[in-house]
Design a binder for this molecule. Structure first.
Ligand code: ADP
Ligand code: MG
Length: 231
């Protein structure tokens, strides 16, 4: 699903140049659950953003599901992102002015789905994420764990092939963190590929493979268990 070759990413601000990713080579298979770990500032979010096509590499190639991303026009890239990618962030990134229902409905509006179909999909995912009873609430009226369940609902309502999660349990207590990891594991078992950045050893055990980044380079990769193996 993902093939990254000799990828470099540098940021230039005034006189300072930061090499955030330095010659990264990475393959992620369809159906895999991969965790990216490493100290703060080592390039984890930069790598996830490039995988999510939110940012472009400075050098190297990135192939997503058979598409060479660098060769795509912005409109083609938007098209590829739509429905294929779901994002989950540490800070939830919900829209405070919209209700739970409206937050989750948004990606379906972008897909130009009919109102009736949207209603069915939103209700289904909210039930599944055990947050349907809060559909008329606003994000600020919910606990952190509930907000992350809404954010996951929004990420998966389009049935994306790939879920990208940047420290999804970073703001949660252990009970809610484990609940989020169980939800991600279920989604993976149903076929979604997951790439997750985490600081947590506990969370890394849910992944098939742990990729350790240091100073913008992959230093080690370790397998937890085979893709498709029973937990
Ligand atoms: P991590 O997620 O592992 O904490 P990041 O990927 O956010 O690390 O950052 C990697 C490096 O790139 C850091 O040195 C960071 O300061 C730098 N960096 C990230 N984004 C930008 C940006 N938009 N502009 C300038 N430097 C950036
Ligand atoms: Mg980060």
């Amino acid at each position: 699903m993902i093939t990254i070759k000799n990828l470099k990413k540098s940021f230039r601000t005034e006189e300072v140049e930061t090499l955030a990713l330095n010659n990264v080579n990475l393959t992620v298979e369809e159906g895999e659950f991969a965790a990216i770990m490493g100290p703060s500032g080592c390039g984890k979010s930069t790598l996830l953003n490039i995988i999510g096509m939110l940012d472009n590499p400075t050098e190297g190639s990135y192939n997503f599901a058979g598409h060479e991303v660098a060769g795509l026009k912005e409109s083609q890239r938007t098209q590829l992102r739509k429905g294929n990618l779901g994002f989950v962030f540490q800070s939830f990134n919900l829209i405070d002015e919209l209700t739970v229902y409206e937050n989750v409905e948004l990606p379906l509006i972008y897909l130009k789905m009919s109102k009736a179909e949207r209603k069915q999909k939103v209700r289904e995912v909210l039930e599944r994420m055990k947050i349907a009873h809060r559909e008329k609430h606003f994000p600020q009226q919910l606990s952190g764990g509930q907000q992350q369940r809404v954010a996951i609902s929004r990420a998966v309502v389009t049935n994306p092939k790939l879920i990208l999660a940047d420290e999804p349990t970073g703001n949660l207590d252990s009970k809610n963190g484990i609940e989020v990891m169980n939800l991600l594991t279920e989604l993976n078992q149903e076929g979604a590929t997951i790439v997750m950045v985490t600081h947590s050893d506990r969370d890394s055990h849910y992944a098939h493979r742990v990729i350790n980044l240091f100073d913008g380079q992959i230093v080690t990769e370790s397998k937890n268990r085979a893709v498709g193996a029973a937990l």
